[in-house]
Design a protein around this ligand. Structure first.
Ligand SMILES: [Zn+2]
Length: 461
């Protein structure tokens, strides 16, 4: 009976996958949802056909980039990898990913499964799939605490992994996840950084003030790599960073990433320290499952940023970099990338408050926009756009940016067209989620137009 329901669920799922493709939806969770209604055991059964490891990737920031990099590393020709697309990272979306890769008989075997999911869904997922490795990129309480959820999620994940045959891969520089090993019986690997030339020692960045998870005292940091990640000790109980098994060092961002992970040299077209963490996490996971060094190097070097994750367009011969921002930590890190790039540049902030962005935009006041002061001379103009362009302009004004170089253009198309016509070597667009795809479309159109006219080299400012 189950066999018949499984076959029917696969058939229905595959049909809906084809329909949703025709409708232009990718990474849909709907086919999986329908299949699970017909046969709730479908994910459990299909996941049992993974011969190699099932890897779960979770965390507050970087899980999509990390899992996509890792997916690229694993997908050699001939390897059957089940990998859910971002945006479909709950159980139905993951079920869709398995249905897509299985055969109509449901008997096909897979080499690996790479499953990206939100922290809150890890326990449910682990109930249905026999995961071999759980990678946690980091936990940022500034985002989770909005929902008062951090403690709850940490506890749920701990309870879930306890006494299971699952390895953890954790961020040694993140005090909120580093202790998982001590609280569970799970074997843990760690990745982290040694001191880098980009560390800060007394940052002005509005940090959440991290507290020791063991005794509650405020942690002391010797250095910060990025946000609350760094070298810490607890003055109360001595809790400190665990020794990493995979160490990032010799980091150079010029502006793309070059670094070593132990003795392996890695180059990535990505930018920014937070992406350097994603690279190290992906390399560590690949090493754990036994992928050879050259395959890792080649895949990461060839892996280009995707929409909103530092995607670069070329408009009139100048790079325009599009970055998705959705919380203060992400915005701080994006701004760090902007100010570390010493080209002359213009900036667009596209702030929307649709459901996909979060209705509450007060988070822009938590971000450390004041850092732009350091680069004020090279940031020629800032245009605030999107549904909440006025709020963003007010925030930028309070950050001390000169108002005579600050503009509000709520219409995105106008804002981007304007900035594309300005002098400067580079354009940066920082956009919230619901404005991202419109920005992308406008940039692609401008890129197409500028491909048709001869390239002008802009004057260096
Ligand atoms: Zn302590």
């Amino acid at each position: 009976m189950n066999r018949i329901r499984l076959l029917l669920a696969i058939l229905v799922g595959k049909t809906f996958i084809i329909i949703s493709r025709l409708l232009g939806n990718q990474g849909s969770s709907f086919p999986g949802k329908m299949a699970r209604r017909i046969y709730p055991g479908i994910l459990r059964e299909l996941a049992a056909k993974v011969n190699g490891k099932i890897i779960i990737v979770t965390g507050t920031n970087g899980k999509t980039t990390t899992s996509n990099m890792l997916g690229r590393i694993i997908s050699e020709p001939g390897t059957v990898l089940v990998h859910n697309q971002s945006g479909a990272n709950m159980l139905p979306g993951i079920t869709t990913a398995f249905i897509e890769k299985t055969s109509l008989t449901g008997r096909k075997h897979f080499d690996y499964a790479l499953l990206e999911t939100d922290e809150a869904y890890v326990p449910l997922l682990i109930e249905e799939v026999n995961a071999g490795l759980l990678l946690i990129t980091n936990f940022f309480s500034d985002q989770l605490d909005r929902f008062g959820e951090l403690d709850n999620i940490v506890k749920m994940i701990k309870d879930t992994v306890k006494d299971r045959e699952i390895d953890l891969l954790l961020n040694a520089d993140d005090p909120l996840t580093a202790h998982f090993r001590d609280l569970t019986s799970a074997h843990s690997f760690y990745f982290g950084f040694t001191a880098t030339g980009y560390d800060s020692y007394d940052s002005r960045e509005s940090r959440e003030g991290r507290h020791c998870v063991i005794c509650g005292q405020e942690l002391e940091y010797q250095r910060y790599h990025y946000a609350g990640l760094g070298k810490f000790t607890c003055p109360g109980c001595g809790n400190h960073n665990p020794e990493p098994d995979f160490t990032g060092h010799n980091l150079v961002m010029n502006p793309t990433i070059e670094l070593m992970v132990d003795d392996l040299e890695i180059n990535s077209p990505y930018q920014g320290f937070y992406n350097a963490y994603n690279v190290v996490a992906a390399v560590a996971a690949a090493r754990i499952i036994g992928i050879n060094q050259q395959q890792i190097q080649t895949a990461i070097a060839g892996y280009q940023p995707q929409a909103g994750r530092m995607e670069t367009f070329h408009i009139n011969g100048r790079p325009a970099v599009l970055i998705l921002v959705k919380n203060p930590t992400g915005l701080n890190q994006s701004l760090t990338t902007v100010i570390q790039d010493h080209s002359s540049k213009n900036l667009v902030f596209a702030l929307n408050d649709n459901a996909g962005d979060g209705r509450d935009i007060s988070w822009i006041w938590d971000a450390d926009i004041e850092v732009i002061e350091e680069e004020q001379d090279r940031i020629k103009q800032i245009i605030c756009s999107g549904l909440r362009s006025g709020d963003m302009a007010l925030r930028v004004k309070y950050a001390g940016y000169p108002v005579d170089r600050l503009q509000i253009r709520s219409n995105l198309k106008e804002a981007i067209a304007h900035i594309a016509g300005l002098e400067g070597e580079k354009i940066y667009l920082l956009s919230t989620y619901s404005a991202l795809f419109e920005c992308r479309k406008i940039l692609l159109d401008l890129q197409k137009q500028s491909d048709k006219i001869p390239v002008e080299v802009p004057a260096r400012g």
